[in-house]
Structure formats: C-alpha cells, structure tokens
Design a protein around this ligand. Sequence first.
Ligand code: GAR
Length: 205
Amino acid sequence: MKTRIAVLVSGGGTNLQALIDAENAGKIPHGEIALVISNNPNAYALERARQAGIPAAVISRKECGGDQQKFEQWIQMTLERDGIDLIILAGFMCILTEKFTSKWPNRILNIHPSLIPSFCGSGFYGLHVHEAALERGVKVTGATVHFVNEIPDGGPILLQKAVAVEQGDTPETLQRRVMEQAEWILLPQAAEMVSEMIENQRKDS
Ligand code: GAR
C-alpha cells in the first residue's frame, strides 16, 4: 500500500503543485497525495487541489476561536480519519506545537526557503526570508527540506540545495529562483524518499 500523504498549505500552493505534477509523472511511486488541508479558505492551493481531484479540508484558527489546541485537534482528527501516514508542510504558515509534532515523529516534512541554519526560525517565512538574505548580502541561498519537531525549522535536515543570488535581485526574483531551482525539485524528492521509508517500515512490521 502506498504511503498516504497530507499536504498542509496556506497560500499559492506552488509547492503543492510541484508535488501533484511529480506524482502524475510517476516520480513519487511509493506515495499518494490523499488530502490537502488549508488554514486559509482563500488559498489558491485549494483550487489546485480541486483541479487535481484531491480532497481538501479547510481548518482555520479563526473557526477554532483562535484556540491552538482545538486547531491542532481538528487537524489530527482529519488526518486520522483519512488514514494519513506522512504530513508535508508546503508553505503552511502556522507553527505546530510539541503536543502535535510529538505524535508524528519523522512523519512531518517542511520546506523552508533558505539554507538552514541561516534565515530560519520564528518570523522567517515566505518573502521575509528572501528580504533578510538580500539585506545581509549573502551570495548563495537555497532551500531546505527537514523533519519537523517542536523547534521551528529545527528538526533534522533531509535535503538542501544552494541557489545563487544575482545582482539586482529583489525578494520576489530571488524567491522565484529559489522555488524553481530548489524547492520544486527537493520537495518531491523528499516526499518519495520518506514515502519509500514508511512503506518499507510497514512491510517489516
Ligand atoms: C515557499 O517559498 C515555502 O518555502 C515558504 O513559503 C512559500 C510558499 O509558497 N515556506 C516558509 O517560509 C515556511 N517557513 P507556495 O504556497 O507557492 O508553495
């Protein structure tokens, strides 16, 4: 049986799209994207899920009255209901607490748009990461896929890829290059690596 993957999103969903395209191209033979969860009802990622025929759920913190525990319980219930084995955070802009992450050891992946440990941790997300990299004047940046634990961007690193910063880059041009040259390549690779690992563990047990 294939590893059942849930992709958690908040925005545009280009990383979700890279996963969908990779699965359709046969590049994730050990996994299947079984569910998309968004905390944002207006996320374009939901439209991408709809077009790909993937079931989607919206669980917003607002609906949970801003209660983090309730928010995480809803996510947990939905994942269990759908028999999910692996969670991929693909531009999911909510921090998950230890209460949640400890239930999924080595079962949550995140993509971060820098070479961790640079420009990561609380406050570093989306375009802010590239703004900080340009401000610091680094000549090389990149992306990282890592396992998620209770420390924001602090879990074990699985894959990294470097990307050059170019003269005249804006946060937007740098973000796009990091996505094209690193994120959209690394995330499907990581999805397959961990899906295969989970499938093998299932066979052994
Ligand atoms: C991506 O660049 C992702 O690496 C980043 O947000 C963007 C989401 O884009 N994630 C973080 O900053 C997490 N700390 P997408 O919705 O088009 O995939």
